[in-house]
Design a protein around this ligand. Structure first.
Ligand SMILES: NC(=O)c1ccc[n+]([C@@H]2O[C@H](COP(=O)([O-])OP(=O)(O)OC[C@H]3O[C@@H](n4cnc5c(N)ncnc54)[C@H](O)[C@@H]3O)[C@@H](O)[C@H]2O)c1
Ligand SMILES: O=c1ccn([C@@H]2O[C@H](COP(=O)(O)OP(=O)(O)O[C@H]3O[C@H](CO)[C@@H](O)[C@H](O)[C@H]3O)[C@@H](O)[C@H]2O)c(=O)[nH]1
Length: 445
């Protein structure tokens, strides 16, 4: 099949590459000339394990192409995937300007029956807006062309995106059109080879499914974080509680790891967007409001622990920070807890030596330049360099090389042997036996 994916970010590039890997001819379109030029020369704009190989292979074999111009692909394709960003607007609702701009462009160029698939995460009712925008452009051109707008939300996780896309738990497709359904069924057939994974439903149902899924996962995290805070106050080890409840099949072990809050480009923005959707229909989403509030507070876990340990005075201190990306396996720092931590430390007069295995370049661009110019934040070349004469280690992101560190080497360089473990990676007794003070999330102090 011939298809066009518009938006070449985490979702667009992964989807495009994986569809090409299944034998389709795919053109990935993006307005960002630098991204497209780079991709044509084999440079990926993002870090995503396994993606480079698939992109390289399919590009070489002619199944995957890149362009900044939708007009180039329009005659060959009748299947368009919209995978542009839907960032939060000022009030937290999803900003649809990029989605609707793409819809209008498709309407201006379309020449034959087409299926336009919303892969971006969009509020309930967006398919109608996309439909209207396309129709408006067709009317301006005074042409009559049939088309369908389908909702096909994406559930991939960064850091595991290829696997998630190739072996999805489910493929949600929202459409009322049998013709569009047939086309999408054919496209996804190779992903259903092992067993049927596609769930067809109404367009609005599919749009809501995406927000409900992310909000459910965010709720699990905020719930366990709430329990961890109680554990800290009540002399209970949350890690035992986690194991105790996770073994109940109805609860499960996934997404109940306590920590210093959830980040990324999805959970924070999608919970907020669902809150705005609820408010739009005069409903007060009490659970979602609390999930969001708990997470904002949880991102301050380090700050609270540091203030307690150092009697509220961090001025003149230096801390080593391990991990800047919002989770391991990605260079993405959108809504990363590390950003909140660094801002708090600097506001309190402390300095930071920071290291991340892949997000150093992102950090250089995304953190305020004055933090580096003032010398308050220094990005260093490896994890142990971040521990030279520091008053504590702050583990923010659980990258694998941080999991079993060289404690002897750390002992030699740290001014104060204290570990604040924001992801509960270490066994408190083991760390303490090695002569360190240890603080974990919801762990016995
Ligand atoms: N990142 C994830 O893990 C993930 C997973 C599932 C769903 N989603 C959703 O998918 C959507 C995309 O997310 P992302 O993280 O891939 O975004 P991203 O910011 O990484 O990429 C979006 C891309 O769209 C391009 N773009 C913007 N306007 C354009 C236009 N008019 N024409 C062509 N290209 C245009 C941008 O230049 C950018 O490269 C969002 O709605 C997001 O919520 C993201
Ligand atoms: O038990 C857990 C699990 C995750 N997290 C945090 O939650 C955030 C999000 O993690 P994860 O869900 O693994 O990454 P994302 O790439 O943001 O993926 C989520 O958001 C995507 C975008 O919508 C969806 O497609 C995915 O299904 C959904 O998992 C990260 O900060 C994690 O550290 C926890 O604190 N505890």
């Amino acid at each position: 099949m011939n298809l066009t994916v518009i938006g070449t970010g985490y979702v667009g590039l992964v989807s495009g590459a994986c569809f090409a890997e299944m034998g389709n001819r795919v053109t990935c379109v993006d307005v960002d000339q630098t991204k497209i030029d780079g991709l044509k020369q084999g440079h990926l704009p993002i870090y995503e394990p396994g993606l480079e190989t698939i992109v390289e292979r399919n590009f070489k074999e002619g199944r995957l192409g890149f362009s900044t111009c939708l007009a180039d692909t329009i005659t060959e394709s009748n299947l368009f995937f919209i995978a542009v960003g839907t960032p939060p607007g000022e009030d937290g609702s999803a900003d649809l300007q990029y989605v609707l701009a793409v819809a209008r462009e498709i309407g201006q160029l379309m020449t034959q029956y087409s299926v336009i698939v919303d892969k971006s995460t969009v509020p309930v009712g967006t398919a109608d807006l996309v439909h209207a925008a396309i129709q408006e452009e067709l009317d301006k051109r005074k042409v009559e062309i049939e088309f369908d707008v389908v909702s096909n939300p994406e559930f991939l996780k960064e850091g595991a995106a290829i696997d998630d896309f190739m072996k999805p738990d489910r493929i949600v497709v929202g459409t009322e059109s049998p013709r569009a359904q047939d086309l999408i069924r054919q496209l996804y057939a190779p992903f259903n080879h092992n067993h049927e994974r596609t769930i067809f439903m109404g367009v609005r149902d599919a749009e809501m499914t995406k927000y409900a899924a992310n909000s459910m996962l965010a709720t699990k995290i905020s719930f366990i974080n709430e329990i961890s805070n109680l554990c800290e106050l009540m002399d209970v080890d949350v890690e035992n509680v986690r194991r105790g409840i996770g073994s109940d099949g109805r609860i499960g072990f996934s997404f109940i790891y306590p920590g210093c809050g959830y980040g990324g480009s999805c959970f924070p923005k999608d919970v907020q967007a669902l809150i705005r959707m609820a408010q739009g229909v005069d409903y007060v989403p009490e659970v979602l409001l609390s999930v969001e509030k708990r997470n904002q507070q949880q991102k301050r876990w380090f700050t609270r622990q540091l203030e307690k340990r150092f009697d509220g005075n961090l001025s003149g201190m230096t801390f080593g920070v391990w991990g800047l990306s919002f989770k391991p396996g990605t260079d993405d720092m959108r809504e990363a807890p590390a950003k909140v931590l660094l801002a708090d430390l600097l506001a309190a007069g402390a300095k930071v030596l920071a290291y991340d295995p892949v997000a150093m370049e992102t950090a250089q661009h995304e953190l305020p330049a004055e933090w580096f110019e003032s010398g308050d934040v220094t990005l260093v070349g490896n994890q142990y360099e971040a521990l030279q004469q520091v008053d504590g280690l702050l583990l923010v992101t659980e990258w694998k090389p941080f999991r079993n560190p060289d404690l002897a080497a750390m002992s030699r360089t740290m001014r104060k042997k204290i570990i604040f473990d924001g992801r509960n990676q270490y066994e408190p007794d083991y760390i303490r036996n090695e002569g360190f003070e240890y603080f974990g999330v919801g762990r016995l102090g």
